[in-house]
Design a binder for this molecule. Sequence first.
Ligand code: ADP
Ligand code: MG
Length: 258
Amino acid sequence: MGHVFCIANQKGGVGKTTTAVNLAAATAQRDRRVLLVDLDPQGNATMGCGIEKRDLERSVYELLLGEAAFDDVVRRSEEAGFDVLPANRALSGAEIELVNLPEREHRLRCALEQVSSRYDYVFIDCPPSLNMLTLNAFCAADGIIIPMQCEYFALEGVADLVATVKRIHAEKNPRLRMLSVLRVMFDPRITLQQQVSEQLSRHFGDRVYETIIPRNVRLAEAPSYGQPGIVYDRSSKGARAYTAFADEMLRRLEGAKA
Ligand code: ADP
Ligand code: MG
């Protein structure tokens, strides 16, 4: 199996989807075989890859419930250069329906294991909560990337996430080892953001990526064109930062090869 990363933070609007979509695109541009899993019923990652969430015949929902095969669900985002397991509102029902199924927190892992030889990297865009869907993501992953804004309460709530990851590592998924932090939507002109950024470095040490993603309007515009920011305007500051982030991640995982 290739590397499987969750992009998670139980807060909404912190840059999870933007990170998932752009990291997937930047990794694909480095000629790695990439799958992006949209695990948020809002379907923002799906739309951000140019796939219309309202037109889906089957989605990751049917895959999790065992009602559809991987190949019946997976879609190709041609422009972005990777495969997508898309999602829409139907997925919100999975939360309740999964509870009664066997292996309820391992359904995504089982589905991904069947196609493990096809992908070098799998990125999972998580919903903004620690629910059964997020649990499925954590049970399938070997790493978690937490996007964080450098704001005053940044660390608040992250303790819960870290505790959950530790518990899952101990009880359900021993492969889940890496927890890393990506600083996003950074504005260097704001002194407080610089201070919090340094605080995050001290707190998480080398688990904080060196690359910092700036606040950049091109990244925010891209989803309305159904494109990852790095495809929409590859020379923008935001696009260059996500490319640098993908390169840093590849360097950490693959060493000199990358
Ligand atoms: P989440 O998935 O955590 O809810 P999103 O990735 O959807 O967060 O981001 C929330 C909003 O912020 C979106 O409108 C998105 O376009 C915007 N955004 C995300 N990252 C950046 C950035 N680096 N610069 C500017 N806007 C951003
Ligand atoms: Mg999102």
